[in-house]
Ligand binder design. Structure first.
Ligand code: NAD
Length: 501
């Protein structure tokens, strides 16, 4: 039977998506038709915000920031609203997961993974609600001159343009909106055109939680015209972007004109360094291979797609990875037995297939996978998980973020060589270390040029900073540093006597 997701659309009561501007939901002149990545079926339509719509949204956010009351509201009232919102997310978790499955095809079975769950999004709101009455400035003693008071204040940064990718909308929505709202900012949010329905629902729940009109505005649509209009708007104070390195670079350029503050969470080519003394080679292979197969099919920024494996355990590692690749199941994302999603669109499918051909042309050995699925799956963007062995780190498949189910395995002989290969990349988002030697683990954790290092395992959590070295980004999300990134630091001074300062 040919795969279809249409019945789930009816069950979830999917309606056409609208913009939210200044507290009013409204349609736009043009609409985007979303096609499901597993079936190519038309799922629904939502508004494409034009330049004019984006201007209205930014002005609504500007007004809500400049005239209040959100930025100057009492800490207690913002805490209550964010906590109420966390509870609403938990209550609507099943509905949101269903909408996500209609958006990007991520299977419901993936809900077990905390890092991409609705539950982590709720916890991130709780976590940032906790900072609201705790982050402040300092009172500093005079350095020279007369007796005076010097203080610092943390002020909300202003109007934030928050731009999301398609692959992990729950957690990324929360990583931006929670600290921005906690700090007292107002927001214009643009989700990916490939994952808008679940985000539209998350925004409706913000209204239900009591976020005042104009504080969060929603502009749906693609990069051109919607994203471009947003990042170029002169009344935006900060851009918080998660997505590809290429778009990240455009955003840095676009921000120069009015010196907007910029936070970027970009791509990666994260290594997994597997030493012969790893507690369990099979588990290391499952972790690395799992991150390029389970749920997102390698479409995860921090997936450990570059396994660096000590030569004596190379074959054991590859054999386990191959076994896991064979166990991955595809199909209806609402079926609990389905473990992985298709590639998000035809463009990405072509890109991934191109990299697989390139790997073979450059001499990497394709151990398994790398084929499009046929039969009932032919209409979808499905690719079987691919493993390349005998890879050199200068091959294209080891250098570029493929963003698909492709694992490259590069052998190494000793620790120094492993670190050299691991750091020989333009990216620096994450790294995995698999060893039983605790001193080696900490030695290498310090030497690796990556924002997050997992020693025999890794887990994203709301209070932990997350972000990239090098071209993987600018700044950190998660924890206190994320909250502070939505503030400006202001110094206020006052003489306490008539003596000159
Ligand atoms: P993308 O860069 O194509 O799109 C991201 C967002 O930017 C979308 O909303 C898109 O509409 C918008 N956009 C596109 N062109 C734009 C423009 N010119 N101006 C303004 N906005 C524009 O990325 P994607 O395919 O949605 O996501 C995949 C990428 O995201 C990968 O590179 C992945 O590594 C990265 N990612 C990073 C993290 C992280 O935390 N570091 C997390 C998830 C995904």
């Amino acid at each position: 039977m040919t795969l279809t997701v249409q019945p789930h659309r009816e069950t979830l009561g999917l309606k056409d998506g609208q913009l939210l501007i200044g507290g009013q939901f409204r349609a736009a002149e043009e609409t985007w038709t979303h096609r499901h990545p597993a079936t190519a079926e038309e799922i629904g339509t939502f508004a494409i915000a034009s330049e004019r719509d984006v201007d209205d949204a930014v002005r609504a956010a500007r007004k809500a920031f400049d005239e209040g009351p959100w930025p100057t509201s009492r800490a207690g009232s913002r805490v209550k609203i964010l906590r109420r919102y966390g509870d609403l997310l938990r209550e609507h978790a099943d509905e949101l997961r269903g909408l996500q499955a209609l958006d990007n095809g991520v299977p419901l079975s993936f809900k077990q993974v905390y890092a991409t769950s609705v539950e982590i999004a709720a916890d991130i709101f709780d976590h940032h609600a906790g900072w609201i009455d705790k982050v402040g400035g300092q009172t500093l003693p005079p350095y020279q001159g007369g007796d005076h008071l010097a203080m610092t204040f943390r002020e909300p940064i202003g109007v934030v343009a928050a731009i999301l990718p398609w692959n992990a909308p729950f957690v990324l929505f929360a990583q931006k909106l929670a600290p921005a709202l906690a700090a007292g900012c107002t927001v214009v949010l643009k989700p990916s055109e490939y994952a808008s329905f679940c985000v539209i629902r998350m925004v409706e729940l913000l209204v239900e939680a009591g976020v005042p009109d104009g504080v969060v505005n929603l502009v749906t649509g693609p990069g051109d015209p919607t994203g471009e209009a947003l990042v170029n708007h002169p009344l935006v104070d900060k851009i918080s972007f998660t997505g590809s390195r290429e778009v990240g670079k455009r955003i840095v350029q676009a921000s120069a004109g009015t010196m907007k503050r910029v936070s970027l969470e970009l791509g990666g080519k994260s290594p997994a360094l597997v030493f012969a003394d790893a507690p369990n080679i099979g588990l290391a292979a499952m972790t690395a291979m799992g991150s390029v197969t389970m749920g997102l099919s390698g479409q995860a920024c921090v997936a450990q797609t570059r396994a660096l494996v000590q030569r004596e355990v190379h074959d054991e590692f590859v054999a386990t990875a191959q076994m896991l690749a064979g166990a991955i199941t595809f199909g209806d994302p609402f079926d609990p037995a389905v473990l992985a999603c298709p590639l998000i669109n035809a463009r990405q499918l072509d890109r991934v297939m191109g990299y697989i051909s390139r790997g073979q042309e450059e001499g990497a050995r394709l151990v398994t996978g790398g084929q499009r699925l046929e039969g009932d799956f032919a209409a979808g963007n499905f690719v079987s998980p691919a493993i390349f062995a005998d890879v050199r780190n200068d091959m294209t498949v080891a250098r570029e973020e493929i963003f698909g189910p492709v694992l490259t395995v590069v052998p190494f002989d000793d620790e120094d060589e492993a670190v050299r290969i691991a750091n020989d990349t333009e990216y620096g988002l994450g790294a995995g270390l698999y060893t039983n030697d605790v001193r080696r683990a900490f030695r290498l954790a310090r030497r690796l040029r990556a924002g997050t290092v997992g020693i025999n395992g890794y887990q994203l959590e709301p209070h932990l900073p997350f972000g990239g070295f090098k071209q993987s980004g600018l700044g950190r999300e998660g924890g206190q540093s994320a909250y502070e990134a939505y503030t400006e630091l202001k110094t206020v001074m006052m003489p306490l006597t008539d003596e000159l300062m």
